[in-house]
Write a protein that binds this ligand. Structure first.
Ligand SMILES: Nc1ncnc2c1ncn2[C@@H]1O[C@H](COP(=O)(O)OP(=O)(O)OP(=O)(O)O)[C@@H](O)[C@H]1O
Length: 380
């Protein structure tokens, strides 16, 4: 079948190429301009808030939804208009979607062809693989949620597909089972080397499981990167806020004075490209990247991004403390600072304590305020 426009094919190291995919539901644009390459053997997460279009993109890749524009290349083949059965993938949905009237063995064997003995051998192999040997005669209703999802995974892997699609497979499970299954799925994926695309709205899930994360918002891709890149170098305010915690600091820029907070100079490693006449910046820093010092080390206040702050609020969040610190020098700037419990105890931190802190220049990122406010792409 002819594509809408000339398409580039996947290379030897790429399994899937998504080119200019768009999807409209009537007047509503659910996806636009989606370009993405998925490498062979990688675990890719589509991450974003509810309604951002991640499930629609997965369904288009699966052939369960027809795109309004764009093309899909799978293993150097244009599959844009192929039915799901001709696309070589296995899929696991959020709700267990096992056939309730079939036992575990028949559920797993559902898509398998060939002799009964071969099917049985494959079912047992898969049950071993998911750590559930011996439950083949049970029915879905006799299994826990976590077990049902593992059976669904075995069913998706039964035909050894080239691509595994996971649509929020863990979100119906309770926290403990979810964490356990995260590790199991990741280990299994690595063992089999199967290229996997998983949809999730859970940043922790994406950060712990993915080789690369695709952050989506309002039907467009905001950033593609490794978990480390997404977390440490967010490309937009949306990404910075959606993944992890952030502090935002109003600042100004001028050629003469550089970057200033409350009219005091602040050193940064990189500056965003600002449009002519644009002076307003938003500086971003993670709460755990702000350094606290036991003593004032000398030097003028405000120098080397250092100032005194007053601890106003302390929260214990499991393994660490989150401090609310007010910095008068920077215009009563309110910062959240995370410190480990051992640092907290060693420094004898307490409410109303005054403490010197530093914003390390290499941990600060600057966004033009207009971009930051609208969540558009950072220019840094
Ligand atoms: N069949 C449809 N008809 C009309 N609108 C739809 C249809 N399917 C999805 N949408 C809309 O498209 C947008 C994207 O939906 P999608 O399910 O892809 O989002 P999502 O990011 O996966 O969110 P969620 O996690 O809530 O499923 C939503 O606003 C949704 O209401």
């Amino acid at each position: 079948m002819k594509a809408d426009f000339p398409v580039s094919t996947t290379t030897a190291t790429e399994l899937l190429r998504v080119d200019g995919i768009a999807k409209r539901f009537g007047e509503f644009s659910a996806l636009s301009g989606i370009d993405l390459t998925v490498r062979k053997g990688e675990f890719l997460c589509l991450l974003g808030p509810s309604g951002c279009g991640k499930t629609t993109l997965l369904r288009i890749i699966a052939g369960l939804e027809v795109p309004t524009a764009g093309s899909l290349q799978l293993n150097q083949r244009d599959v844009t208009r192929l039915p799901p059965s001709e696309r070589d993938y296995g899929i696991v949905f959020q709700s267990y979607a096992l056939f309730p009237n079939l036992n575990v063995a028949d559920n797993i064997a559902y898509g398998l062809k060939g002799r009964r003995e071969d099917k049985l051998r494959r079912v047992n192999e898969l049950l071993d693989l998911i750590g559930l040997a011996g439950i083949d005669a049970k029915f879905p209703a006799q299994l826990s949620g976590g077990q049902q999802q593992r059976v669904a995974l075995a069913r998706a892997l039964a035909t050894s597909p080239g691509l595994l699609l996971l649509d929020e497979p863990l979100s119906a499970l309770d926290a403990r089972v979810r964490e356990h299954l995260r590790r199991e799925i990741k280990a299994l994926q690595q063992k089999l080397g199967v290229t996997t695309i998983m949809v999730t709205h859970d940043q922790e899930e994406a950060l712990t499981m993915a080789d690369r994360i695709v952050v989506m918002n309002h039907g467009v891709i905001e950033q593609v990167g490794t978990p480390e890149e997404i977390y440490a170098q967010p490309a937009s305010r949306f990404v910075a806020d959606f993944v992890g915690q952030s502090n935002w600091i109003d600042a100004t820029f001028s050629a003469e004075a550089g970057v200033q907070v409350n009219q005091l100079g602040i050193a940064l490693q990189t500056l965003p490209a600002l449009a002519v006449g644009q002076r307003e910046l938003s500086l971003f820093i993670r709460p755990e990247d702000i350094e606290l010092h036991a003593h004032w080390e000398g030097g003028a206040m405000g120098e080397a991004n250092t100032a005194l702050g007053d601890i106003e609020k302390i929260e214990l969040l499991g393994g660490f403390y989150r401090l609310g610190i007010n910095v008068p020098l920077w215009g009563n700037l309110r910062l959240n600072v995370d410190v480990s419990r051992s640092t907290y105890q060693r420094m004898r931190l307490s409410p109303e304590r005054r403490v010197p802190l530093t914003l390390p220049a290499d941990k600060l990122r600057a966004f033009s305020k207009a971009d930051a406010a609208f969540g558009a792409k950072a220019l840094a």
